[in-house]
Design a protein around this ligand. Structure first.
Ligand code: GLN
Ligand code: ZN
Length: 764
């Protein structure tokens, strides 16, 4: 028999119970015991529903109250000293590491978070040093294995592997220069032995050991470490399924196939092309092969017939007993269940599979390959064939006009009419900005009043007209505030937007939205990505009326504000039937029309935000050129349709430009703003080193915290920037949008920012 398996499950609970309980605990409204109870209920429901859906190998130990990497750090005593000695319970130390803690005289910032591979999930980065003293403080894998057993479900526990754990971490501040966390492997392995040995003693037959690091180029330098780790762990451990996901093994396959483990899991959603070589590599061994055929990253129904074919190929080569049908990765990146959606049409609903539906898919695929005669399996298979056929049919009814427009894109559409040096002079005349112009990144505080008005509109408690009047008042007051404060290039403040992607998705053809499609971003923060389902077009202008209104109440120049094509794509669930390139270009054409309309409407600067450009960079360097080959032209396509007089801006929410510096330069935006307040001047030296030649506004203060930067502090930053960057290129602005800030700190911070700019004009 071919077994079926799921690699991990969403943690939020079908009704967001865990998110709510965690936040209630933080607010002091729920005790630790009550929180544990809520979590236990959700875990139990997940295990039993996976069992009901016929999944053979059910994960445990993958649950987390905040982040699974943080769980490992906490369990292994990888706890930075700054979180200790405050008289906090272990649970509160854990949350302090994840989100910082500022209460009762304790004031510690959160640990660094990073994007988990190429997903929008963030993990808490472990900090290691020579002093790290590994201990097994608790054994979540054993605890949850027993918890599931008590609930009548036998599970395959999940553990993050030792090499990935170290390699994803960073050197703590107190570590010696050049310290490499991976050198701690010999110290860490005894703890893993203890953990895995305990699991074996508890009765676990298999353990899923995740080593996603193996899909990165950098893993090829760790061959020795993998060999040492697994030859030490295998003898004491339950049977190890070495688990890789999000990409292909490539040349790492050579040494991975030789590791003394019992099984190997590969991702065939992201990397279907590796199946043949993996089969060939494992054939002479005894390895069990787990095929990740059901995507853990998207929400589309699996084409079961196609998956069955791939599974059969493996079965023919190595036999039924050595093949497992699985999700490609944990289902962490998908919502819990489609059952909760009642606003999607029946036709749309039939296209999708969320986590629970995917669980049914893996068991159906496994059953079909095993030759099951079960009527239920047969009817599930038939139903899937019908759904897939209907979806294919829908795909054929694509928007011909959009497709033709994409096919007709010419190279000259990607470039502005004149080079930057020429545009700069024209824009100087037109915008009449002072030296060191001040501006903001777009949003102003999203107050309770704004959110209430939007909710009322949603419930039809106020009319569209009333809502629009309310938004106009908001815009006018934000404009007055900026005038009073003395900012130079104004914005309308984005009060009309619920979210920078959803807002545009809702106003373009081609998207659908869920009511409950929550996906974890970090900690208790969940997002509901829009779903791209068909060709994208713009039925009409989206932001033009708001920007025009904002411009009509002031004589200062107004900056229009859009989310870029790459970011809209990267923060949505993309279609599976056409390439991301095609989807991105369709978005770009729609936005191009919007930028042109803004210019026609009298707006003299337009910012097109691309905060997600970098996170879309593929995991393997060999794939970067392909991605950048359509991502960069898409941005340019969106922004280059205007006259030289329109000043284009773009914004990037990060400070790590090493990998994409030349790409940013290629975008040829007239002005970019970047996050810079927390990084040292190394960042600006990078810009200098490469000779960045367009205008740039490195953020002068951090908007992620309510702290108000002093005037002198901003002056010092500006002075430091001017020591590196040419004076005629510098803009002065905060790090990012102000939507999450309160008005009070926003006012004082911006007054200080404007004063610092005035000082700079006199001094330089
Ligand atoms: N214009 C957006 C804002 O100010 C930019 C946010 C972002 O890039 N994350 O909110
Ligand atoms: Zn930002």
């Amino acid at each position: 028999m071919v077994a079926s398996s799921v690699l991990g499950f969403p943690r939020i609970g079908a009704n967001r119970e865990v998110k709510k309980a965690v936040e209630a605990y933080w607010a002091g409204k729920l005790s630790a015991d009550e929180l544990t109870k809520v979590a236990a209920e959700v875990k139990k429901t997940s295990w039993t529903s996976l069992k009901e859906r016929g999944v053979d190998l059910i994960p445990s130990g993958d649950f987390s109250l905040y982040d699974h990497v943080l769980d490992h750090s906490a369990a292994f005593n990888v706890i930075p000293k700054r979180y200790l000695g405050h008289n906090l319970s272990p649970l509160d130390v854990y949350f302090a590491m994840g989100r910082g803690r500022q209460a009762d005289g304790v004031d510690v910032p959160a640990s660094e978070m990073k994007k988990w591979f190429d997903s929008n999930y963030h993990f808490v980065v472990p900090e290691f040093s020579e002093e790290t003293d590994f201990k097994l403080l608790f054994n979540k894998a054993v605890e949850e294995f027993n918890e599931a057993k008590a609930a009548g479900v036998s599970t395959r526990p999940v553990v993050l592997g030792p090499v990935s754990f170290l390699a994803l971490g960073k050197a703590a501040k107190e570590a010696k220069p050049g310290f490499q966390p991976i050198t701690l492997l010999p110290k860490l392995l005894p703890i893993y032995k203890q953990l895995l040995g305990d699991l074996k003693a508890a009765g676990a037959e298999w353990v899923q050991v995740d080593e996603p690091f193996l899909v990165l180029d950098a893993a090829s330098n760790l061959e020795k470490q993998f060999a040492i780790a697994y030859s030490e762990l295998a003898p004491v451990s339950p049977k190890i399924l070495l688990t890789t996901y999000y990409g292909r093994l490539d040349s790492n396959l050579k040494f991975v196939a030789k590791l003394p483990v019992a099984g190997l899991h590969i991702d065939l959603d992201r990397a279907p092309g590796q199946l043949d070589e993996v089969i060939a590599a494992v054939k002479p061994t005894n390895l069990v092969l787990s095929l990740g055929l059901v995507s853990g990253r998207n929400i589309w129904k699996t084409d079961i017939e196609a998956a069955v074919k791939l599974g059969q190929k493996a079965v023919e080569a190595i036999g039924t007993d050595r093949v497992i049908i699985a999700t490609s990765s944990s289902l962490l990146h998908t919502p819990v269940t489609l059952a909760a959606e009642n606003k999607l049409t029946a036709e749309q609903k039939d296209w999708f599979a969320f986590a629970l539906e995917k669980a049914s898919e893996v068991s159906t695929i496994a059953a079909v390959i095993s030759g099951s005669q079960d009527a239920k399996v047969a009817s599930a298979y038939e139903a899937n064939k019908t759904s897939i056929a209907k979806r294919r049919e829908f795909e054929r009814t694509s928007d011909d006009a959009v497709r033709k427009r994409v096919a007709a894109i010419t190279p000259d559409m990607l470039n502005r009419k004149s080079p930057f040096a020429v545009r700069k002079e024209i824009q100087k005349q037109k915008l009449n900005l002072p030296k060191f112009p001040t501006t903001t990144i777009g949003s102003f505080p999203q107050t309770k009043e704004i959110r209430t008005a939007r909710a009322k509109l949603g419930k039809k408690e106020i009319t569209e007209e009333e809502y629009n009047e309310f938004i106009k008042k908001e815009i006018e007051s934000v404009v007055r505030f900026q005038e009073k404060t003395g900012l130079d290039l104004l914005v309308h403040g984005e009060p009309e937007r619920n979210d920078m992607v959803q807002y545009f998705g809702e106003r373009l053809h081609g998207f659908v939205f869920t009511q409950n499609g929550w996906v974890q971003s970090y900690g208790s923060r969940y997002v509901r990505p829009p779903i791209l389902v068909s060709d994208v077009s713009r039925p009409g202008p989206i932001t033009v009326e708001w920007s025009k209104y904002a411009q009509s109440v002031t004589t200062k120049p107004m900056k229009g504000m859009l989310t870029g094509p790459v970011t809209i794509l990267n923060w949505s669930f993309p279609r599976a039937d056409v390439s991301r390139e095609v989807q991105c270009k369709q978005l770009a054409l729609a936005l191009r029309d919007e930028v042109i309309d803004l210019e026609k409407g009298g707006i003299s600067a337009v910012q097109v935000d691309e905060p997600a450009l970098r996170e879309g960079l593929p995991l393997r360097k060999a794939d970067w050129a392909e991605y950048l080959g359509w991502a960069l032209p898409s941005f340019k396509l969106a922004t280059a349709g205007v006259t030289d007089a329109l000043q284009t801006h773009s914004h990037f929410c990060y400070s790590d430009f090493d990998d994409i510096f030349t790409s940013i330069q290629d975008l040829d935006a007239d002005v970019i703003s970047i996050e810079a307040s927390k990084s040292d001047m190394k960042l600006l030296n990078t810009f200098k080193h490469y000779g960045y030649s367009n205008q740039i506004g490195p953020g002068v203060y951090d908007i992620h915290s309510p702290r108000v930067p002093g005037e002198q502090e901003i002056k010092d930053r500006v002075a430091a920037m001017l020591a590196i960057l040419p004076a005629d290129l510098l803009f002065i602005n905060p790090d990012c949008g102000l939507k999450t800030r309160g008005w009070k700190e926003t006012e004082t911070s911006l007054v200080n920012l404007v004063n610092a700019a005035r000082w700079a004009r006199q001094t330089y």
